[in-house]
Design a protein around this ligand. Structure first.
Ligand SMILES: *Cc1c(COP(=O)(O)O)cnc(C)c1O
Length: 238
């Protein structure tokens, strides 16, 4: 637990330094601690170190942990995995952010199911930045058009764009992919959608992402340690 707090605080410091190095205010990059496969107690430990933003991929697993952690009223839940149609209602009712809008239909369901007394659900359009078959998201050329459609929905607020860079890409390829994201965000603003978020950068590539304008980095293993998907699957099946 002490290790988790150390990992978190260490990263917060490194992020602040990287932001400054990129000529931006030190608090301009938010760390979303990606807690998928890790138990609620680990989230509590990182929360105690000052974290408020947590990212989850698997809706069933997240809901169980959100119940466990209901006594932490200012926790901010970021959904960063694919949201299937049968899961939109729970997400609309309990999440603060969805980073992974890849289809208008998902956005329409989330908007329709967002309770009217809640603030708009904050969303990013997911861009399949390297055109990988196994990845979700829209091709770069379609991102602005989708974001414009999503921006018309009443109970969602488009905040920006998200991507997962190509695994194994070298520094130059990463910079090119993140640089394209930065350009797409500018394009989106140019057509009249005021968007300020670039959700990009993970444990292995966040430094390049911050240099290219990331505002939200999603970091899992560098905070929580190595993931054991087997343990998560066993937990989910009970
Ligand atoms: C798991 C995951 C992360 C965190 O990955 P790490 O390499 O552990 O930092 C970030 N973004 C998405 C979409 C993820 O699925």
């Amino acid at each position: 637990m002490v290790t988790l707090q150390h990992n978190y605080q260490n990263l917060v410091q490194k992020l602040a330094a990287a932001a400054q190095k990129a000529g931006r205010p030190s608090e301009s990059v938010r760390l979303v601690a990606v807690s998928k496969t890790f138990p609620a107690d680990d989230i509590r430990a990182v929360y105690a170190a000052g974290a408020r933003d947590f990212g989850e991929n698997y809706i069933q697993e997240w809901l169980a942990k959100a119940d466990d952690l209901a006594d932490l009223p200012d926790i901010v839940w970021h959904i960063i995995g694919d949201v299937q149609s049968n899961k939109t209602k729970a997400v609309a009712e309990r999440a603060h952010w969805v980073h992974t809008i890849g289809r208008l239909k998902t956005a329409q369901r989330l908007s329709a199911q967002r309770p009217s007394e809640m603030p708009p659900l904050q969303v990013c359009v997911e861009v399949n930045i390297a055109g990988e078959a196994a990845k979700h998201g829209v091709p770069p050329a379609e991102a602005v058009a989708l974001a414009c459609e999503v921006a018309k929905l009443p109970n969602l607020r488009v905040r920006g764009l998200m991507c997962v860079a190509e695994a194994g890409a070298d520094g130059a390829a990463l910079a090119e992919q993140f640089g394209t994201m930065q350009k797409l965000l500018a394009d989106l603003n140019a057509v009249g959608v005021a968007a300020d978020v670039l959700s990009m950068g993970m444990s292995g590539d966040w430094e390049t992402a911050v240099a290219c304008g990331a505002t939200h980095v999603r970091i899992g293993s560098a905070v929580f340690g190595r993931r054991d998907y087997g343990a998560a699957a066993r937990q989910k099946s009970v």
